[in-house]
Ligand binder design. Structure first.
Ligand code: AKB
Length: 321
C-alpha cells in the first residue's frame, strides 16, 4: 500500500521539521500537514495543509478518509510549562487527542500511529543517572502525568486492540528551523538567539540543572526510523527511552563561549526550575538501540556548532533584508 502520512500539530516545533523530512522522503503530496492554525508556515507550504483540531473527532476521521491516510504522527500537545498554567486544557488536549487517534486506529483508519512521550514521565524519586527504561515513574507535573497516562493507553490499545502504535520519550529538543513553545527545556534554544544577537542571556533554570537533550535532526530521524521499523522489532508499546546528550546551562554557556568568548550568562530560576529538578540527568536508551537500531549523531559540542552556524546564517539573512 502506498504510504500517506498525516501530521497533526504540523506547525509546532517538531511538526514543522517532521513534515519537511517526511516530504523529502515520501514526496510533498503524500504528507498532509494539519494544525489548529488557519494558515501554515512557509516552510511547509509546499504540500497539502488542513486546518484541523485533534479534538474534533469527526473532522479528523473525515481527513483520514479523504486523504486515504495510512500513518499518523500525533504531535499536538501542550508542553510542560504551558500545561502548569492550564491543567484542564492540557489534560483535554494531551489525553483526548491521543485517544481520538487510538480509537481511529482501532477502527482500522490508521495503520501506524506515532505519538510522542517525554522524559517528563519520570519524577523526583526516579533514578536520575542513566534512567532505565523500566523504573519508578512518579511524575509531578501536569504534562508528565498526561504523558505517563498516554503511555499506558498506547500499550493498552496495542495489546487489547492490536493497534500499531509507536512512541519515544523525547528529551529536550534543540533545533534552528522552528521555535519551541511552552517547554522547560526551551532555554537551550533561546540561548543561541540571544548569544548571537546580544551576547547575553538570562536563564530561567539554575546553572547546574542537568537535563537530557537532543539535536532535532536526531529526534526526527528517530521518529521516522521507529515508525518505519518492522512491527516485530517494536517490543515496547508504551514508549522507548531515547538519549542524545546531557548538559547544564553553565556547561552549554561554556560551549557557546568557544564561538562567542564574551558571552555572559545570568540566572533567574522561575517555576520551571521545579519541573526540571524532577526530571532525569541522563537516560539509558539501550532498548531502542537493541530493538530498532537507534544511535544518536550529535553530542553537545556538535549540537552547539550546528546551532551557532545555522542561527548565525538565519540572523544574517534577516538583517540583510
Ligand atoms: C518540555 O520541556 O516540556 C519538553 C519535554 C521535555 O518534553 N521539551
Amino acid at each position: 500500500m502506498q504510504r500517506k502520512a498525516l501530521i497533526i500539530g504540523a506547525c509546532g516545533q517538531i511538526g514543522i521539521e517532521l513534515t519537511m523530512a517526511l516530504r523529502q522522503k515520501l514526496g510533498a503530496e503524500s504528507v498532509v500537514a494539519s494544525d489548529v492554525k488557519e494558515t501554515c508556515p512557509p516552510a511547509i507550504a509546499d504540500g497539502p495543509y488542513v486546518q484541523l483540531s485533534v479534538l474534533d473527532f469527526d473532522a479528523l476521521r473525515q481527513v483520514l478518509i479523504t486523504y486515504q491516510i495510512t500513518e499518523v504522527y500525533n504531535m499536538a500537545a501542550l508542553l510542560s510549562a504551558t500545561s502548569e498554567k492550564n491543567p484542564a486544557f492540557a489534560w483535554e488536549l494531551n489525553m483526548n487527542g491521543l485517544l481520538h487517534t487510538l480509537n481511529l486506529a482501532k477502527e482500522g483508519l490508521i495503520q501506524r500511529l506515532f505519538w510522542p512521550s517525554s522524559i517528563a514521565v519520570f519524577g523526583p524519586t526516579t533514578p536520575r543517572q542513566n534512567t532505565p527504561q523500566d523504573t519508578i515513574m512518579d511524575p509531578n507535573s501536569v504534562y508528565g502525568i498526561s504523558k505517563l497516562a498516554g503511555e499506558r493507553w498506547c500499550e493498552y490499545y496495542a495489546q487489547k486492540h492490536q493497534v500499531d502504535v509507536r512512541s519515544l520519550r523525547y528529551p529536550g529538543l534543540i533545533g534552528y528551523r522552528s521555535a519551541p513553545g511552552g517547554g522547560t527545556t526551551d532555554y537551550a534554544v533561546d540561548i543561541f538567539y540571544k548569544a548571537i544577537e546580544t551576547g547575553q542571556y538570562e536563564c530561567f533554570l539554575g546553572p547546574n540543572t542537568m537535563l537530557p537533550m537532543m539535536m532535532m535532526e536526531d529526534a526526527i530521524r528517530a521518529t521516522i526510523d521507529i515508525t518505519e521499523a518492522p512491527a516485530e522489532q517494536i517490543k515496547i508499546r508504551s514508549s522507548y527511552n531515547l538519549a542524545g546528550c546531557s548538559f547544564t546551562p553553565a556547561e552549554l554557556a561554556e560551549h557557546i563561549r568557544l564561538y562567542i568568548p564574551a558571552f555572559e550568562m545570568t540566572y533567574a530560576p522561575d517555576f520551571r526550575q521545579s519541573l526540571a529538578d524532577s526530571w532525569p540527568d541522563s537516560i539509558d536508551d539501550q532498548r531502542a538501540r537493541q530493538d530498532w537500531g537507534w544511535s544518536h549523531a550529535f553530542d553537545t559540542a556538535a549540537l552547539t556548532k550546528k546551532m551557532i552556524e545555522e542561527i548565525g546564517l538565519k540572523i544574517n539573512a534577516t538583517n540583510a533584508k
